[in-house]
Design a protein around this ligand. Structure first.
Ligand SMILES: *Cc1c(COP(=O)(O)O)cnc(C)c1O
Length: 488
């Protein structure tokens, strides 16, 4: 065998030949490792819709099995991968699969998953044009496609973040920059000490990550004015107007496209008009709801989104791209860039038209996130995205229709999108604890997975249909399981 011959002769060849031989051995071993990894991934994916979606895990036992002392000596990477698969496979959450309805969780469309593998193999630093022209191009193209898909102004700048939390952070940092610059203050160089006042207006239903972003930006989580909402969680535009009229400081208004419980949309067009009259900044959190704008049937829900100054969204939720993939859009690209950029002499001069990804996100060195988004958009196309959004929404309605005739079942929200809130009334006893108990039983049953929430003081089961691979049969089987758990 060639390998044996080589190994016999390895000590009798030139150093250069020896090096080539070792490289070749390493490369053979790596190929074997990656093939085995591909096999493990394929096994996982093909069993995904048969495994329990969630299951109780003994965490200490898991730590013991997978952990122990840090190894003193390294081992063959193939052993490491086999060991990982053995330790973790049995406790994996099947959140990539078709019957995971918890939080707002997408899986991975095949093109995005495959692109994610390539992204790791390529190991590009997505930092700037020089570190990876390919990563810069992927982000630039995906950015243009998304701006077009959502009907945003062509000059909109786009950053690819780790998720919607950092998208909210980035959009609000641009807001902070723009409003303080107008007031004659350079917040990036001078900070907020002695800066002119800003007013921050949120709704009673703003997502927790808006507050996380405000807390990181020095704008204060509690130093906000809260606008009341209607029964579906939509901000009341008239109430917003009254509050805007009551403040003289420049205002950042945080609206929402897609309430995380009900899926409801704030009236963005009306809100945008109020904000424009006061020369404020409108930030919209559209983590999953923005994707409604990609469907002709649901686009009306986002009416006025093109007037937003900044929009935060996710690709790892409804676009079904692997984690971690968020996106932020800012209408005033100068404000966006000034709030995020860094500069150092060694970064080098790039061609004028080229993109430096670091200008649009909080990080420097980073994963080349554009590839997966590019692949998802290309793989699905406009029609595929619209179809995926519409299918999830109609499956959510199907779920609501199957559950609502059940004894004691109430659907608490108008099913306008992909979110459903369900409450279970026992014949006798407390509906809050009964609903929590039904959720617990469904989680334990393992056919599907969903989580509890509190909606306007009521405990509810929250169901989010966001996965590209969910079918009508998955919905029907899940609805049967839920009703079974409600009526034991
Ligand atoms: C999920 C979500 C976020 C946070 O997004 P991450 O990607 O988890 O950081 C923000 N807003 C809304 C409405 C969400 O649903």
């Amino acid at each position: 065998m060639a390998v044996l011959e080589r190994s016999r002769s390895i000590w009798f060849c030139t150093p250069w030949e020896r090096l080539r031989y070792l490289r070749r051995m390493l490369s053979d071993a790596r190929n074997a490792l990656l093939s085995r990894t591909q096999e493990l991934a394929a096994q996982f994916l093909s069993g995904l819709d048969q495994r329990p979606v969630g299951r109780p895990v003994d965490f200490d036992e898991l730590l013991d099995r997978a952990g122990g002392p840090m190894p003193a000596l390294g081992e063959d990477p193939l052993c490491t991968i086999e060991h990982m698969a053995r330790c973790f496979d049995a406790v994996l959450t099947a959140s990539a699969g078709p019957r995971y309805f918890g939080f707002v969780t997408g899986g991975s469309v095949p093109a995005a998953l495959a692109a994610d593998w390539l992204t790791s193999a390529w190991d590009q630093n997505g930092f700037n044009f020089f570190t990876s022209p390919a990563a810069a191009a992927a982000e630039e193209i995906a950015a243009r496609w998304l701006v077009e898909l959502f009907g945003l102004p062509r000059s909109t700048s786009v950053g690819f973040t780790t998720g919607c939390t950092m998208s909210n952070f980035t959009g609000l940092a641009a807001a902070r920059h723009a409003l303080l610059r107008k007031a004659g203050w350079d917040v990036e160089s001078q900070g907020l000490f002695e800066a002119p006042r800003l007013t921050v207006i949120v709704s009673e239903e703003s997502h927790v990550t808006i507050f996380a972003a405000l807390q990181m930006l020095g704008l204060g989580r509690d130093r906000v004015i809260r606008v009341p909402t209607d029964a579906q969680g939509r901000m009341l535009a008239s109430e917003l107007r009254a509050r805007l009229n009551g403040t003289t400081a420049p205002a950042i208004v945080c609206a929402q496209a897609g309430n995380v419980n009900t899926g409801a949309f704030d009236p963005i067009a009306e809100i945008a008009e109020c904000v424009r009259e006061k020369s404020g900044w409108l930030h919209v959190d559209g983590a999953f709801g923005l994707w409604a704008a990609a469907s002709p049937n649901y686009r009306a829900l986002t009416r006025g989104i093109e007037y937003a100054d900044s929009i935060a969204s996710d690709c790892h939720k409804w676009l079904n791209v692997p984690y971690d993939s968020g996106v932020v859009f800012v209408r005033d690209s100068n404000a966006h860039r000034t709030a995020m950029t860094l500069s150092a002499a060694y970064y080098g001069q790039r061609p004028d038209a080229a993109r430096d990804n670091y200008n649009w996100v909080p990080e420097a060195s980073r994963r080349a996130r554009g590839f997966t988004v590019y692949a998802a958009l290309r793989g699905l196309g406009r029609s595929g995205i619209a179809e995926m959004i519409e299918r999830c929404c109609s499956l959510a309605r199907r779920m609501a229709d199957r559950l609502s005739p059940g004894p004691g079942v109430t659907i608490l929200n108008e099913t306008v999108l992909n979110q459903i809130l369900v409450r279970f009334n026992p014949g006798t006893g407390d509906a809050d604890s009964h609903t929590a108990e039904v959720v617990r039983r469904v989680q334990e049953d393992g056919l599907c997975w969903l989580s509890p929430t509190t909606w306007h003081g009521l405990t509810a089961m929250r169901i989010s249909v966001s996965n590209w691979s969910t079918t009508e049969a998955d919905i029907d089987a899940s609805a049967d399981a839920i009703l079974r758990c409600a009526n034991v």
